[in-house]
Design a protein around this ligand. Sequence first.
Ligand SMILES: *Cc1c(COP(=O)(O)O)cnc(C)c1O
Length: 380
Amino acid sequence: MEQKIQMIDLKGQYLKIRTEVDAGIQEVIDSSAFIGGPAVKDFAAHLSAYMDGCHVVPCANGTDALQIALMALGLKPGDEVIVPAFTYVASAEVIGLLGLTPVMVDVDPRTFNVTVENLRKGLSANTKAIIPVHLFGQSCDMEPILAFARENGLYVVEDNAQAIGAEYTFSDGHREKTGTMGTIGCTSFFPTKNLGCYGDGGALFTRDEVLAERIRMVANHGQVVKYHHKVIGCNSRLDSIQAAVLDVKLKHLDDYCQARHEAAAYYTKRLKAFDPLEQHVVAPFEASYSTHVYHQYTLLVKEGRRDALREHLASKGIPSMVYYPLPLQEQEAFRHITRAAELLEASKQCAASVLSLPMHTELTHAMQDEIIAAIVSFFK
Ligand SMILES: *Cc1c(COP(=O)(O)O)cnc(C)c1O
């Protein structure tokens, strides 16, 4: 059967796990434990095991996770938090929302991630935390970043919304999962994420038990004992039905990551097979220190031809997306944050040249061949 190529295929993925997912959802409905209850507890326990034993605090979405992290760390207005300029808005939005000061730094255009050199340029006497974002599914180079944070007494809040399942290799050879290396890790279970539910969801990770309790308290109206509120918190919960879906999908997460990685390898192989193509587009770079779970397969299109290529693909019925068309410094919401343009040049370049191809667990080689052929036909 001829299938239309989609940016992401959640329906196809669901059909393969339908029996398990439907049973999980039905169980929650039968129990009427819609908030909290065994579904959330079980999922949190399984996720904790997956995340190398980290404490897991589920919450309502990935943006909340980031906000709760900064609240739990007790940051105060005037404190500066360093964040990449090339990221999804949520990473910086929560900083501003809490009255903290976002300090934007540039990314490495090869990996789209911050480096310790970039972070150093954002450091001041007021810096309290950094938010490395593992963009598109690959870890930032964390060993030097963690050393930099230690030297300067900074909290590290990993934005792991796009990289759950990725692993970072330290110079001594040991590996750790993204989201477990910083003071706090945050993730999102938005449907299109690598581990996505059927609505909104998120979670925080930490190895620090005291901090885990504080995170739990902040996420639950600042209370430990019901109706006794120690701090101003918020209300951020993972629904039981979403937890039931996630508990099923978590079992498949490594296979999903593998499927994405294989699809990416096939794209890259096919792209490189067409010789002149490498003059026009740059395939994703895989750093030696990280596995890549390909939340997105993102090309850099040279010569200012990104938008034209995108239109050409669309004319052939092939979807593609631009994540993200504007760096933070060009967002109207952040116009009050001034930063020397030359410090954020690479982020601006990335925003002008990135193009993400369809990437999901249900891609076939036939679909990918069609996508590559369409790209080739544009540059011929
Ligand atoms: C999706 C995402 C978020 C926010 O997650 P939501 O669940 O949509 O709130 C934060 N940071 C990054 C990098 C994301 O991709």
